[in-house]
Design a protein around this ligand. Structure first.
Ligand code: HEC
Length: 108
């Protein structure tokens, strides 16, 4: 599942800005139709006002502006989403870390 999120999020980073030309199957990707539903399903239970991660709301209408080119609040620093550079984006790194962690769990 996390892999799907990377792919869609990465695709959107390249395809949603309007400046770059999307290729292949990413041409129908939009933030509202492809990304926000993922946040709604997997993130907003914590990332909204009144919940544990209210410092970073990922609800409709604010998620994009709260992530793209925003500095991390965490001591490790970094930028949450860097357009065109998923490898250095904190959001991508978090997913990648969680994915490898769950792989370790599966290997036990
Ligand atoms: C169970 C609750 C929970 C869920 C679900 C959750 N988060 Fe979080 N998230 C947290 C907490 C708590 C923190 C702050 C502590 C930390 O950094 O781990 C956090 C931190 C973050 C940060 C770091 C913010 C910063 O300033 O560096 C990002 C980015 C983030 N979450 C994105 C997401 C995304 C995207 C999803 C959905 C795929 C998600 N989270 C789902 C609880 C959650």
């Amino acid at each position: 599942m996390y892999r799907l999120i990377f792919l869609v999020l990465s695709a959107c980073l390249y395809g949603c800005g309007g400046d770059s030309t999307p290729t292949g199957p990413t041409s129908n990707v939009s933030f509202a139709s492809s990304i926000q539903p993922i946040f709604n399903s997997f993130c907003v239970s914590c990332h909204q006002t009144g919940q544990i991660s209210s410092f970073l709301p990922l609800t409709t209408g604010v998620s994009y502006s709260n992530l793209v080119n925003k500095t991390s609040t965490q001591p490790s620093g970094g930028t949450l989403v860097i357009p065109g550079n998923s490898a250095d984006s904190v959001v991508y790194k978090r997913f990648e870390y969680n994915r490898s962690k769950s792989h370790q769990d599966m290997d036990r």
